[in-house]
Design a protein around this ligand. Structure first.
Ligand SMILES: Nc1ncnc2c1ncn2[C@@H]1O[C@H](COP(=O)(O)OP(=O)(O)OP(=O)(O)O)[C@@H](O)[C@H]1O
Length: 307
């Protein structure tokens, strides 16, 4: 059984009277990538600060690799790339990384290897003020993994980066996960993280709106997939089952009923070449946000479980 990297149990946090996290619970197994999602002010940064041990929950428990985060042991195992990282920009890239390496007791060889690996060797003796946003972000990423952390927290790692630079960052993330690291990526760029994630945690107003694999989110959210084929127009006339799913020239069917519908289309309708569009992470996210909004408008407070 895989070890639990991060365990959050019944965590609430209040800033003065204001709730930032509310009875949040989830467990992240080690070696997995979790996307941390939610609207502005949902509580993502508050959660990250707790995992880093920078903020104590008002109530509840946060453990990293089985230890309370306040213990110094857990902290050395965590790498962190903050949002909009900035460095003392009179230093060169080499000096910045060497400074962090000295703090963490990491060798010069590792600094040189990382500068090479992150495509910064050619600019290592240039001042950071002359680095592009992508170069600064790569330097920040290299800083975060200097000590080969078992858990890596990345806050908006690709915001403002061009597609190639973003692809580079996600390629690195994938490599680390393949090597056994656990990674939490906090992001609003749902399309970029979708193909990489093992698990997603969606927060709304400090509460857990959803947690699970993309497949689990699709099922729990009662999301619809869409099936299209030129013959559907005529088939709905003779097949009442299809009529119940039919709208705007296609079939809208709950993801959970996919297999039943596909079998029916093949065996009863001899349709083998339908076009199936499965909902994506963005659709799940928007559906969860819409559900939250409706419940709030009805004055119903959300339960701690997923909606
Ligand atoms: N130091 C603080 N003092 C008072 N309130 C705070 C503090 N930090 C966060 N909050 C409040 O807590 C709530 C959660 O904020 P948090 O920064 O965790 O959200 P977030 O999901 O990271 O948002 P964003 O996507 O905008 O970064 C918000 O209502 C915010 O205003």
């Amino acid at each position: 059984m895989s070890q639990i990297a991060v365990s959050v149990r019944q965590v609430s946090h209040f800033f003065d009277e204001r709730s930032a996290l509310n009875e949040l619970s989830f467990s992240l197994p080690s070696g997995q990538l979790m996307a941390l999602l939610g609207h502005n002010g949902a509580g993502k940064s508050t959660l990250i600060k707790m995992i880093l041990g920078l903020l104590r929950p008002t109530s509840g428990e946060v453990n990293v690799f089985g230890r309370a985060v306040t213990t110094s042991g857990a902290m050395t195992e965590i790498g962190y790339l903050p949002e909009n990282i900035s460095f003392y920009d009179k230093l060169t890239g080499h000096e910045v990384l060497s400074y962090f390496a000295a703090l963490k007791g990491i060798s010069k060889q590792t600094v040189n290897r990382l500068l090479e690996e992150f495509g910064l060797a050619y600019a290592q003796h240039k001042s950071v003020k002359d680095y592009s946003k992508g170069m600064k972000q790569r330097l920040g990423f290299a800083q975060a993994i200097l000590a080969r952390p078992r858990l890596l927290l990345l806050d908006e790692p690709t915001v403002g980066l061009d597609p190639q630079a973003s692809q580079f960052i996600y390629h690195k993330i994938k490599q680390l996960v393949t090597q056994g690291s656990t990674v939490i990526v906090c992001t609003h760029e749902l399309q970029l993280v979708e193909s990489q994630l093992d698990l997603a945690l969606i927060l709304g107003r400090g509460r857990r709106l959803a947690f699970g694999t993309l497949d689990e989110l699709l099922h729990s959210g009662n999301m619809n997939l869409r099936v299209e084929h030129p013959r559907l127009d005529s088939l709905v006339v003779t097949h009442p089952l299809l009529k119940s799913f039919y709208a705007d020239g296609g079939l809208n069917c709950p993801v959970s009923q996919r297999e039943v519908l596909m079998k029916y289309l093949i065996l009863e309708c001899q349709l083998y070449d339908v076009k199936v569009s499965t909902p994506d992470l963005a659709q799940v996210y928007h559906a969860k946000m819409a559900q939250m909004q409706v419940l709030n408008e009805l004055g119903l407070s959300l339960t701690p479980g997923d909606i």
